[in-house]
Design a protein around this ligand. Structure first.
Ligand SMILES: C[S@@+](CC[C@H](N)C(=O)[O-])C[C@H]1O[C@@H](n2cnc3c(N)ncnc32)[C@H](O)[C@@H]1O
Length: 431
């Protein structure tokens, strides 16, 4: 495709994602379905350009106030993913001059919102938690996330898959914390590899892998993945159980559970039982009261830990919606906890970085449920041989008058510190 036509297409896609009517990845997929003749390189340019605009929206909109021509075209020029000389072939002289002026503005001359590119309420919430470290996070969230794989240990060892991928020209490194993970360079097409089609690998952020590890599911156990969705963590739990015992994958969305089925078939797991539930107090849940060894609640959340991959969320998410989510999160956790048997484990997790969805929920649950004893996540991960487990965890935020902390240590992953998406997990043992 000629550079001019590709830039026009980028501007068109930028206009569509900025309507925020649907998640950006769905808008991009739909665009590709409607433009079937696009080749893989053009698709990569289009998607990465649209995502770059979402990542740096405030800065780019500010810069687009100058120059001439339609706003979406200027945004697409600023975010264009590809060599500069290729882009230059699509620009007129005025645009080239304007781009050179934009490029010459030093970062320290920019106002704070144009540097962090976050809505004010989100920037404030993160600054309150991180202090000066906020800027390292803000910088990190404006880059694309890494592509991590989980090796299905039911089928193969991590080093075997690493070698197999290398033979197919795909370079990878073992992830630093998860024993099951491989981190890839770039975004190679995985779906055609033999390892993918036979279910030996799944795309999964290292942080998600660590949540599944913290559940510590064993052979022959009864385990519930309460908010299973398309089953990313279900598959990791099933492999930990060596495809034995019984693993229920519950979700209120039958549609999401449908996406689990082909993944389950590829994985070779035969212990997974997906079931759509009406709500968290469904009869199926009640029937399992006190019977389950391990319950994972991967709660619906704001997703603000995943802004590297889903930058549109920062513009689509609202404080009011987060408030409503917190009520749902506590209700789901409370209901799911009833299934845990005496001596069993409960894990509450989110991919959010906001304390309201994390520590505050865990602490409210602990306060209302004295029969659930908080587990120290750092000690637990250390026992599970995760390197540097201490550095992945943060102490509870509630400090009593006598100085004791309640709630145990939580898993608290940050993109700029750990290279994972932002994740939280709290664990309890039932007395
Ligand atoms: C964070 S996502 C789960 C992601 C999934 N565990 C994975 O690893 O791919 C949260 C899920 O919770 C589900 N959900 C929302 N409300 C629920 C409820 N009341 N009971 C059970 N699941 C619910 C959503 O449909 C969504 O699939």
């Amino acid at each position: 495709m000629h550079p001019k036509a590709l830039l026009d297409a980028c501007a068109d896609l930028v206009r569509l994602v900025l309507q925020f009517e649907h998640p950006a990845d769905a808008v991009v997929s739909r665009y590709f379905r409607e433009h079937r003749s696009l080749g893989p390189r053009e698709r990569a340019t289009l998607a990465e350009t649209a995502f770059a605009v979402l990542r740096k929206k405030l800065l780019f909109e500010q810069l687009a106030r100058s120059g001439s021509g339609p706003k979406e075209r200027k945004l697409a020029i600023l975010g264009f993913f590809g060599p500069r000389d290729f882009l230059a072939a699509a620009l007129n002289d005025t645009e080239k001059k304007w781009l050179a002026t934009c490029d010459s503005i030093p970062a320290d001359a920019l106002m704070a919102p144009h540097r962090h590119n976050l809505p004010e309420w989100m920037a404030q919430a993160l600054q309150a938690q991180l202090g000066d470290d906020f800027w390292a996070l803000a910088e990190n969230l404006q880059q694309a996330g890494t592509l991590d794989l989980r090796v299905n240990t039911l089928q193969a060892k991590r080093n075997e898959i690493q070698k197999e991928l290398a033979q197919a020209g795909i370079a990878s490194e073992p992830t630093p914390y998860s024993p099951w993970g491989l981190r890839l360079q770039g975004k190679p097409a995985l779906q055609k590899t033999d390892a993918f089609t036979r279910g030996a690998i799944e795309v999964q952020d290292e942080g998600s892998q660590l949540l599944a590890l913290l559940v510590d599911a064993h052979r022959g156990e009864m385990v519930v993945d309460f908010c299973a969705g398309a089953g990313g963590k279900t598959l990791a739990l099933g492999a930990s159980m060596r495809s034995t015992g019984r693993l229920y994958a519950f979700d209120v969305s039958g549609h999401r559970l449908d996406a689990l089925k082909p993944r389950m078939a590829r994985s070779g797991l035969s212990n997974v039982h997906p079931a759509a539930i009406a709500h968290e107090r469904d009869d199926r849940v009640k029937r399992l009261a006190g019977k389950i060894d391990r319950v994972l609640v991967d709660a619906p959340c704001s997703g603000l830990g995943t802004l590297r991959r889903n930058p549109d969320l920062k513009w689509r998410q609202k404080p009011q919606a987060v408030q409503e989510l917190t009520e749902k999160q506590l209700a789901i956790l409370q209901s799911a906890s009833r299934m845990v048997k005496s001596g069993g484990r409960l894990v509450y997790a989110t991919c959010s970085v906001l304390p309201e969805e994390n520590e505050l929920i865990a602490q409210a649950f602990s306060a209302a449920n004295p029969d659930f004893v908080p587990l120290n996540a750092a000690q637990e991960l250390e026992r599970l041989k995760v390197p540097g487990a201490d550095g992945l965890c943060a102490p509870a935020m509630t400090v009593a008058e006598d100085g004791t902390r309640s709630g145990g240590d939580f898993l608290r992953l940050w993109p700029h510190r750990h290279g994972t998406d932002g994740f939280f997990a709290a664990a309890w043992t039932r007395k």
